[in-house]
Design a protein. Structure first.
Length: 252
């Protein structure tokens, strides 16, 4: 009997796979039999990940902001594995700003990494998937794409744009069998959020905003990605899936 939730044998590209959410997602796919191309700025940072399944893993040192990065990723994946079934656009950045409405360099870099890189890679991968007649693109956004948060407009604008990009791509590529969906994580404990987590008051306030009474862990994103990458979600496209412990549904 066919297991519709299986990702065994699928070819998956995961960006930002060296740590945090990206590493957990990549590990989740690998342990369930998928073949992966994983990107990060440093190949050495993914050596442990690659050791889980050396015959099914290709790690690629890549700055997604560089011209031609998307094409290089697609070419390397197809040359090694023959196809691309799933893309997880996970790579992202957020930078503190003294004056977030005046520091143009932070705005430009945040939108370049969080939005433009996903746009370029998504478009390049879609061309491969169109030739196959199917595929799943998963864009990792944030609850910052759904709600207003203070003092970080560039990050929220980028993630809000990524969320809408998913809808645009779902509309444009759906007729060729490509599904495009967005996952919106809540507060996940990673290196990016560790400073906030270690602040007792901040941790308590953000924990209280969830229905489940805890911060998320990177592994909490794995199930959602496996679902959207598998045949179990074959009739799902253009959605936002909040993985936030109930943050966005919370009332009184």
């Amino acid at each position: 009997m066919h297991d519709m939730f299986s990702v065994e044998g699928k070819v998956v590209v995961v960006t930002g796979a060296s740590r945090g959410i990206g590493a957990a997602i990549a590990r989740g796919f690998l342990l369930r039999g998928a073949s992966l191309l994983c990107t990060s700025r440093s190949a050495e940072s993914m050596e442990e990940l690659a050791s889980l399944a050396p015959d099914r893993t290709l790690v690629m040192s890549c700055d997604l902001a560089e011209t031609g990065a998307a094409e290089r990723i697609c070419t390397a994946t197809v040359e090694r594995f023959g196809r691309i079934d799933v893309l997880v656009n996970n790579a992202g950045t957020t930078e503190p700003a003294t004056d977030p409405y005046r520091e143009e360099a932070i705005w430009d870099q945040t939108l370049l990494v969080n939005l433009k890189a996903a746009f370029l890679l998504g478009g390049a991968v879609a061309k491969v998937m169109q030739r196959q007649g199917d595929g799943s693109i998963i864009n990792i956004a944030s609850i910052g794409a759904l709600l207003g948060f203070p003092n970080n407009p560039s990050y929220q604008a980028a993630k809000g744009g990524l969320r809408q990009l998913s809808r645009a791509m779902a509309r444009d590529f759906g007729s060729t069998g490509i599904r495009v969906n967005t996952i919106c994580p809540g507060y996940i404990r990673t290196q990016m959020t560790e400073r906030s987590y270690q602040d007792e008051n901040t941790r308590r306030e953000r924990t209280a905003r969830t229905m489940l009474g805890r911060w998320g862990e990177p592994e909490d994103l794995v199930g959602a990605c496996l679902f959207l990458g598998s045949d179990a979600s074959s009739y799902i496209t253009g959605i936002d899936l909040a993985v936030d412990g109930g943050w966005t549904a919370q009332g009184l």
